[in-house]
Design a protein around this ligand. Structure first.
Ligand SMILES: C[S@@+](CC[C@H](N)C(=O)[O-])C[C@H]1O[C@@H](n2cnc3c(N)ncnc32)[C@H](O)[C@@H]1O
Length: 246
């Protein structure tokens, strides 16, 4: 394990570990090695009393008599000031074991480089504590896994792919759907009806597929996306819209 030594102090390494979308077989060998090796496993969750999807993915690897679990709360809010308050608090908690020389693995569902809380911790750590070594371990993202589950290519040849967090306003979605060959809509659950309106207007409803809880036993692949109108949908779901057939 790599520990830096500055002025006699030894620091633990801060790992951002992507653990895939839920299927334990979609977790890399490297992720499994690090998760087994570190003394502190950190999982993000959105509510104090709530569960963590990431923890569910890795719980079979944990050894409670040898490893500690650190659960950090990061509420789902667009209130930047509130988020910053929680990021700061999370950073302080992470620094305790890291400064004591213990490695910490921050667990991220999917891949850490795609809309993950780890990215905020990573940026703050780099900026405020550059002495702490950081390592990112990529994971299979929900995008790759969902394309595979749907039997749908993402991009081929000169095609272009866009990934949107489903927070577009006005004509933005129309614009992206017209300019890109494949569009992936993450966090689509709250805006599904609006998305369906746009797809219907562009006559693209039959080019879309919806995947929820990809990689878990509850995985669902829906090709008749119009049937999703008005439904209460899962946070862990996305839509892939592909202009070309096949
Ligand atoms: C904050 S982003 C995290 C993305 C994640 N880092 C990744 O690489 O897949 C959360 C969004 O990713 C998508 N997502 C994550 N896990 C998923 C899964 N197992 N099945 C379907 N969509 C998923 C959903 O659109 C969800 O709203």
């Amino acid at each position: 394990m790599t520990n830096l030594s500055i002025g006699g102090e030894k620091f633990g390494t801060f790992y951002g570990v992507g653990v895939g979308p839920g299927d334990p077989e979609l977790m890399t060998v490297k992720a499994q090695r690090i998760l087994r090796q570190v003394p502190v496993l950190c999982v993000p969750k959105s509510r104090e009393e709530g569960g963590s999807y990431a923890l569910g993915i890795i719980s079979h690897l944990m050894e409670p008599n040898r490893q500690r679990l650190m659960e950090l709360v990061f509420p789902m809010t667009k209130d930047r000031a509130k988020l910053e308050e929680y990021w700061d608090k999370g950073l302080d908690q992470l620094l305790v074991p890291l400064r004591a020389g213990e490695d910490v693995a921050f667990v991220t569902e999917g891949d850490p480089s795609i809309y993950s809380t780890f990215l905020h911790m990573f940026a703050l750590m780099r900026e405020r504590h550059p002495e702490i070594p950081v390592e990112v371990v990529p994971g299979v993202s929900s995008i790759n896994a969902s394309a595979a589950a749907a039997g749908m290519p993402l991009v081929d040849g000169a095609e272009r792919l866009a990934i949107l967090p489903a927070t577009y306003e006005g004509n933005q979605l129309v614009d992206v759907l017209e300019r890109f060959d494949t569009v992936v809509l993450l966090k689509v659950h709250r805006v599904m009806d609006r998305v369906l309106d746009v797809l219907e207007k562009l006559e693209m409803v039959d080019r879309a597929v919806y995947v929820s809880r990809c990689g878990s036993p509850e995985q669902r692949v829906v090709t008749d996306v119009a049937s999703l109108r008005g439904q209460d949908l899962e946070y862990l779901s996305l839509m892939i819209v592909r202009r070309r057939r096949g």
